[in-house]
Design a protein around this ligand. Structure first.
Ligand code: GAL
Length: 689
């Protein structure tokens, strides 16, 4: 369960005799290749400026080919070659994917789905975190790895397992059941407290004893799981994997206390499997894997996700552990990256606070399920555009490092957009006002709308310091417990500028509704009272599918029926609808004064475009000055006491020209002429100030 303090931040140090540089490299799977290829790899790594690789992530079956029989020779040889060439190693615990001998001997380590089906070996991550047997074997391997490599001068960090929960997030086995029972006992103390939290005085769900708690296994199509139980099962599942990670970490840390540790998260706008903000308390440095979303949101989603990672890292440097040079292999259609995007995407992560830029993977596989996943060295080899781009990026990173980028941090924005994993989990329940609305899309829409108005917001986890910003957005933050409701109250009372939307402050941490009219926990702060929701859709002929607002924007999917506003409130915008809807003239956007501060409540889903066009008036009403920037350009700044770097990205499909102050250190599909940056689509320039 939750901790109050983060583990001390520790960053991997350069190899002896080397200067600190921006780390650059990728996952390296030498075990997929004959040894002759390794020398060629090192030649190309050196050419590209690669200075770190992550090794042995999926190598358990090669390191321990039979139970208790270890083969480190190949790994020693490759680490030695790398290190001697000046390439550091981020060494995996190698525990992500167990070998066949283990699962054949102990099939009870395999996880089970909600129907009780076994997840068989054949891919990876087919283990359950609550298995005592798997724990014993994995911790044993961690111990062997740590003992073997504890004095190796080339190993600069531990890469513990890999993307926990990517495939084994939910396990419904009996091991999981018993662990879930213990977790509930720890959280609630008594079974009565669980009954109260889950609201089991309903459908005969009351339990007499912790042994009556079962995971949310299959309950029949079209039936509805107890929401409190489901929410807690998501918390438990994140915690069970975290506990497993912590055990692996502690074995490694005990033997090699001088090596910083991390495990790669999967933070993206819609990637909400584990509570990564909670996990962030348990790593020495945060690392993330991010894969681009094809299409029009590509850049914005990336910038948003990277900003959230920076928030999880509490503005300490973080490590981009994986992204792709081009197409991935796991979508139904695997779009390529457009020219310029390889360099641009990496620089965007860098701008958002990453001090390490790494890819999955170094050399594209020629066999196996990832043979169509692009890599730094593609199938075409050295003579390829991707490899030339990889070399260009390596040179850019080296230059930015020399020029002092290390040591700078992402500058704090004026605006915090709050993100909350648990609100996402609660809104995923299948018995809600509408299945069209979940938490995660709303923070992304606000981030984009602010960007359209020239403001690059910070995405801040709810446990973070969003209440230290000039303005904060609570975008469909559905769960607000007592403590967070009080934070909101204090923030605005002391002068904060708050934007809050529909579906915020609806329930407490148990998903019990705050009564008396929505948003029950902060009604006084935002000055509105809502008696009912008006979801919208087009699944029935003639159903209400949108609502126009008198400011020219249009709401889809969701509107609040605001029945009264506080005396201190001003209606900024009303619905304009036919009388039969009952919504004509009803308040849609409401400003309020509370204490020293002010709020704007947006009682409907406007989407990115609607928010972008409504923002100037909303900001005006709350006293937040929008800059006079060109929203087609995203400006991101990294600063320290004595240095500043400005990154300018073209978010649009057109060539854009903007005034700049300074000469570019790095430019891709962009240039600076006579004090003006000219940026093509996917273009970027980096300027030192
Ligand atoms: C990640 C994983 C890598 C690789 C990559 C492909 O989820 O950690 O090992 O599979 O995806 O995109």
């Amino acid at each position: 369960m939750m901790k109050n303090t983060h583990r001390a931040f520790r960053w991997p140090q350069p190899l002896e005799g080397q200067q600190a540089r921006i780390w650059y490299g990728g996952d390296y799977n030498p075990d997929q290749w004959p040894e002759e290829v390794w020398d060629e790899d090192i030649r190309l790594m050196t050419k590209a400026g690669v200075n770190v690789v992550s090794v042995a992530i999926f190598s358990w079956a090669k390191i321990e080919p039979q139970e208790g029989v270890y083969d480190f020779d190949w790994l020693d040889r490759v680490i030695d070659k790398l290190g001697k060439a000046g390439i550091a190693v981020d060494l995996a615990s190698a525990t992500a994917s167990p070998p066949m001998w283990l699962t054949q001997k102990y099939p009870e380590v395999l996880w089970r789905d909600e129907y009780g089906h076994v997840c068989w070996p054949g891919a990876r991550e087919h283990w359950r975190p609550t298995s005592p047997i798997f724990r014993e074997y994995a911790l044993n391997l961690c111990r062997k790895m740590a003992e073997h490599y504890k004095d190796n001068p080339y190993v600069i960090a531990w890469h513990v397992s890999n993307e926990y929960g990517c495939h084994n997030r939910f396990d419904y086995s009996d091991d999981a059941m018993h662990a879930f029972q213990r977790w509930c006992e720890e959280r609630y103390g008594t079974i009565d407290a669980v009954n109260e939290a889950w609201g089991t005085a309903f459908w005969a769900q009351r339990m007499n004893d912790f042994s009556e708690i079962i995971p949310p296994r299959f309950i029949g199509e079209g039936n509805f799981m107890n929401p409190g139980k489901l929410l807690d099962f998501k918390r438990f599942s994140s915690d069970a994997l975290k506990a497993f990670y912590v055990d692996e970490r502690d074995v490694l840390a005990e033997i090699t206390p001088d090596r910083p540790l991390t495990t790669n998260f999967m933070v993206s706008a819609g990637g909400t499997g584990l509570d990564y903000d909670d996990w962030g308390y348990e790593v020495d440095f945060v690392s993330n894997d991010h894969y681009f979303t094809p299409g029009e949101s590509h850049f914005d989603e990336l910038a948003y996700s990277a900003s959230l990672v920076d928030g999880i890292a509490r503005k300490n440097p973080w490590w981009l552990m994986e992204h792709s040079t081009g197409a991935v292999n796991w979508r139904p259609i695997n779009y390529r990256k457009e020219p310029g995007q390889l360099v641009r995407d990496s620089l965007a992560h860098l701008a958002m606070g990453a001090d390490a830029i790494c890819y999955f993977q170094w050399r594209q596989s020629k066999a196996g399920a990832e043979k169509y996943h692009t890599a730094m060295v593609p199938h075409a080899g050295e003579d390829s555009q991707d490899f030339r781009d990889v070399c260009e990026l390596g040179a850019d990173l080296a230059l930015l490092g020399e020029q002092g980028l290390l040591g700078t941090r992402l500058a704090q924005s004026r605006v915090a957009v709050v993100f909350d994993y648990e609100s996402q989990w609660a809104t995923e329940h299948t018995a809600t006002p509408t299945q069209q609305v979940r938490h995660w899309t709303e923070p992304l829409a606000w981030f984009r709308a602010f960007a359209d108005n020239g403001v690059t917001a910070d995405v801040v986890p709810i446990r973070g310091d969003w209440d230290s910003y000039e303005a904060a957005v609570l975008p469909s933050v559905y769960l607000l417990d007592e403590a967070n409701s009080q934070r909101v109250r204090d923030y605005v009372a002391k002068g904060g500028k708050l934007f809050a939307t529909y579906y915020t402050g609806i329930s407490d941490e148990r998903d019990h509704i705050w009564l008396g009219g929505y948003p029950g926990s902060i009604r006084d702060v935002v000055g509105v009272r809502i008696e009912e929701f008006a979801p919208m859709g087009d699944d029935f002929p003639g159903a209400l599918d949108h609502l126009d607002l008198d400011n020219g924007t249009v709401a889809h999917d969701f509107a609040d029926v605001i029945t009264s506003t506080a005396d201190s409130a001003t209606v900024l915008s009303r619905f304009k609808a036919e009388p039969w809807t009952g919504m004509d003239g009803a308040p849609a956007i409401v400003a309020n004064r509370y204490g020293e501060g002010a709020t704007v409540y947006v009682g409907c889903r406007l989407g990115r475009d609607g928010l972008a066009s409504a923002l100037p008036a909303m900001c005006g009403s709350i006293g937040f000055d929008l800059p006079q920037g060109d929203g087609r350009i995203m400006r991101i700044e990294r600063v320290s006491d004595d240095a500043g770097f400005e990154f300018l990205f073209n978010r649009s499909r057109e060539r854009v020209t903007v005034e700049v102050d300074g000469e570019p250190l790095v430019a891709s599909l962009g240039r600076v002429e006579d004090g003006r940056a000219v940026l093509d689509p996917n273009g970027v320039v980096v300027i030192k100030r």
